[in-house]
Design a protein around this ligand. Sequence first.
Ligand code: EPU
Length: 420
Amino acid sequence: MKILKIEGQHKLSGTVHISGSKNATVALIPAAILASDGPVTIMGVPEIDDVASLSILLEELGVKVSTKGSGHLIIDPTNMESKFLEHDAVTKLRASYYFMGALLGKYKKVRMKMPGGCYLGPRPIDLHLKGFEALGAEIDYSHGCYTIEAQELVGAKIFLDVASVGATINIMMASVFAQGRTTIENAAKEPEIIDVATMLNKMGAEIRGAGTNIITIDGVEKLHGTFHEIIPDRIEAGTFIILAAAIAKKMVIKNIIPLHLESLLSKLQEMGVNMEVDVDQVTIYETKDLLPIDVKTLPYPGFPTDLQQPLTTLLTLAQGESTIKETIYTERFKHTVELQRMGANIEVSNARAIIKGPTKLYGDKVTATDLRCGASLVVAGLIAEGVTEIHDVYHIDRGYDDIDGKLQALGARIWRADLP
Ligand code: EPU
């Protein structure tokens, strides 16, 4: 077990290249098994533990997985079989639930353990299951396992009570071979959904409307292999933009789609952060006297819940009182306890954090209780006086590609050490 150590207060400068999107990748990998001839080559795959866990599950299913060069994952499902997914890797990440939609779509039957992932408060999957039922599947849950089975899958009109990213993608995958037309209403609009629909369409699917709140899927007979380059990770990009605003002299964040980051960039503008936005990069310059802001997390294109945790750390530097209202995961505030240990002044009640700044942060022993909590602590470690020790780093490694290497290249003093 390693811990991450950061000696804070060193100004960063240089360029960082953003990796492929984690939340797109974890859906694209299960989507690839829907091909029946020829491999699917996914390019720009980040080196993160979630990809390793999904690769284990592919191998469990008899899918051939190989890599070529950096970030190319070749997934060949030619000889795969429908099997009970009971490997521990299922419980390591939430996104293993995408095998439900993909296997149900391909074999009309799936049996798997309950997916795991970060604890952010209750994370039901009722909308995924209602979608599968609407397509004709029957669901049984017993002894921690789901069995989802259909005689045949028939297109249906499905209204999502909440615009869920996972349910939208899962229903898209389950319905690519369903008879007739499936319509998902109140679909989520996140860029990762467009990326998955784009790859499935390149494989021969007929999906229209991804990125709007009505998606239609016309069932096809079969899908084939393809090549697909993943979109940049807007959350990794947002994390580096936030840490640049906190501690950089000048940092260029490259390989981004600024449109995907508008909600963050407009909030940083409100804080007075000096920045220049270009076609595929943003440059952040050192800014003194950051202003406080009020933020509310919302589905895309609103402010992403995944960035509220790193943003909380930045707000400890602002001159006055900021607030963050969390509307997606009302319990996603464990990071505030860790930040308080480092000196932050934060009160949380009714899913709202009040951050009073500016406060000086001091290095301490803290725990990454979930992935983005980990990101908020990395930002905190970079600005704090002294050395910060982050425990349970495995959460960070699930979703950030070589975070230590990227930060070291920018001048950060960050290293791994054995747990004392
Ligand atoms: N919800 C339901 N029922 C469902 C599904 C969702 O009530 O069946 C609710 C959730 O409880 C939540 C809201 O709907 O309140 C939105 O959840 P959503 O389904 O959109 O989240 P998700 O698909 O499970 C993805 C990302 C999360 C990100 C959320 C919100 C992946 C693998 N995960 O989760 O990413 O926070 O969307 O944008 O794509 C992360 O990267 O750290 C992370 C947690």
